[in-house]
Design a protein around this ligand. Sequence first.
Ligand code: SAH
Ligand code: SF4
Ligand code: F3S
Length: 440
Amino acid sequence: MIKNALKYRIITYGCQMNLHESEKIAGILCQRGYTECESDNDADLIVFNTCCIRENAEKRAEGNIGALKQRKKSNKNLIIAVGGCMTQQKGYAEKLHDEFPFVDIIFGTHNLEKFGELLDKKIAENLTVIEVKEKEDKITEGTPKTRTSYPNAWVNITYGCNNFCTYCIVPYVRGRERSRDPENIISEIKGLISEGYKEITLLGQNVNSYGNDLSYANFPSLIRKVSEIEGKFRLRFMTNHPKDFSEELIKAIAESDKACKTVHLPVQAGSDRILKLMNRHYTRKEYLDKLEMLRAYIPDIAVTTDIMVGFPTETEDDFQDTVALVREAKFSGAFTFIYSPRKGTPAAEMKGQIDEITSKKRIMQLIDIQNSISCEYSGKYLGNTIEILCEGYDAKKKKYLGRDVYGRMAYFKGDNSLLGKFVNVKITKTGGMSLIGEMV
Ligand code: SAH
Ligand code: SF4
Ligand code: F3S
């Protein structure tokens, strides 16, 4: 008989969406009297909230789940649960159960709000509980949340994705796009601001198509409504899709005193042929034109991006188009990825998969180029005083840290009373993506 477990650990992989969903799982557990613990060794319940965007994300999670086999033998009361995007893949829950029969609960993204009930079932019956739903019935509101990223708070605005980029697994594991009612979003944000949160990050796979499934809301109007909420706070949102990134939205950002002067606008590739094969619905020129329009309205905007190398059939010329775009676009930062074939997606079936050595060579080159652009960008901060929202402490660097409105991270000496406060920091040293300074 398994006794009522009381200490939990949640191990999260993947994107901000997953980080926030782990806060919901934590909320459900806290409501049942569980408390978080620092180490796996002390835990009575370990939850893996997984990601399957690339193979290495999956391998990492599987390795860590496998490593618990011995612990489970020596502690029969330990409960192990696996949820998230990985388990939503067709046939994966069964595969996981075969490979790791010691996993007690397997659940998905569409029923994570029911995690408490699955846990009760496990404890009552002591049998493996496998429940993965193909679809979410309707958006669940009011799930308790134990937030972990103060002074930032994540707020869902859409779930799922309709875009079907040919490389991407997300639409298969997250389902079709659903938008939350704007009233619910606004009232959640008002609550968060009154609780003292200083930064709100709106979350969706493509925030720009927010409201497409509602007749009475769209993203620019949501930005305007959130900006009207009283109090000093910063507004961020991710991720944008270039095809839906509109002038109306740019105006809403430009006119908002809350919206940060930074936009994450994933380009993925600089070759029109590859963009087409990716099903991205824009050309290189259209992307650069949107950047130009954005910078015309907000000259100091910091733009970050995602770029992939090694997409099937990518030639050296295609890759050089990406390099040229990166040089031209002057991103303040970029996340770079090697394409990873995902089972069930069209790109995984394409002829002309690129070998690892070529992809690695390309990504190194790209990282080098972007690094020098990022350094140059950081260099401009030297001697400037910027307003930082203090968000944490870096034990290794022995410094407090936080970002400015452009999303640049700065490190400085301080004390715990600064957490969640806006502080002025004079930048004395720059390098790479981060800045070092002193409070003034
Ligand atoms: N919805 C967001 C984020 C998707 S996942 C968007 O469209 O921008 C984040 C990033 O992971 C993507 O922008 C893409 O660059 C990368 N990615 C997605 N699928 C991938 C794959 N199969 N292999 C490598 N990188 C991938
Ligand atoms: Fe994936 Fe494309 Fe949807 Fe982003 S927009 S989640 S890359 S399918
Ligand atoms: Fe990964 Fe799922 Fe996010 S696949 S990137 S955790 S939506």
